[in-house]
Design a protein around this ligand. Structure first.
Ligand code: G6P
Ligand code: MG
Length: 217
């Protein structure tokens, strides 16, 4: 491998499907305020920070809250969310994800996590895969949300690899944009139409090989 020296993985939607838990917790919160939102609207929350997600949801419900109230609401959502993720087991790792990260490492590539989630460490621990990453950059370590490239640039820096030798794996449009803005290659996980800015789009990490990374356009 010459063109690619490191792989940086988003967590939610790439390694594990936590979107269902985020949705359940946000919905429960919306319901307490007397409204609901659809699964389609939930799509817009992927890759979006906790505070920004709450603001979008409040907007959908036509509800206005002070900053202090927003903080309280976000905390409540996170309590419900962490109750669910604390029950997670390694069986919830998405198909092929663990194997793909392992094969990257076997091929001599560095691996990092680049996630907006402040709960990343808990999730990695529950899935028993913390040791598979040379660097972990989560929501506690960044101040700018995707599509700002900060999370991935910090990952590359911690790995000691220049951005042009990194490939990012992302399920969110903002995440693919962040990778490109950072001068990295991107493999989209999901819908090729939505993630058209990526160099390659696959349905999951079970559908990509380490050899393919060297041939990304
Ligand atoms: C990821 C998810 C988002 C979530 C964000 C923050 O990007 O895709 O849906 O809002 O992380 O997660 P947190 O666990 O910190 O609330
Ligand atoms: Mg994601």
């Amino acid at each position: 491998m010459n063109n690619i020296k490191a792989c940086i993985f988003d967590l939610d939607g790439v390694i594990v499907d936590t979107a269902v838990y985020h949705y359940k917790a946000w919905r429960r919160l919306a319901n307490t305020m007397g409204f609901d939102f659809t699964e389609q609207q939930n799509e817009q929350l992927k890759g979006v920070s906790r505070v920004r997600s709450l603001q979008l949801i409040l907007g959908w419900g036509g509800v206005t809250k002070t900053e202090a109230e927003q903080e309280q609401l976000a905390t409540q959502k996170n309590i419900w969310y962490t109750e669910m993720i604390n029950q997670m087991t390694p069986a919830e790792i998405l198909p092929g994800a663990r194997e793909f990260v392992e094969s990257c490492r076997q091929a001599g590539l560095k691996t990092a996590l680049g996630s907006a989630s402040k709960n990343s460490m808990t999730i990695l621990d529950k899935l028993d895969i913390t040791h598979l990453f040379d660097a972990i950059i989560d929501g506690n370590k960044v101040s700018k949300a995707k599509p700002d490239p900060e999370v991935f640039l910090k990952g590359a820096q911690e790995l000691g690899i220049e951005p042009q030798y990194c490939v990012v794996f992302e399920d969110a449009i903002a995440g693919v944009e962040a990778a490109k803005a950072g001068g990295m290659k991107a493999v989209g996980i999901g819908d090729p139409e939505l993630l058209h800015e990526a160099n390659l789009v696959v349905s999951g990490l079970n559908k990509v090989t380490v050899e393919q990374l060297e041939m990304l356009p």
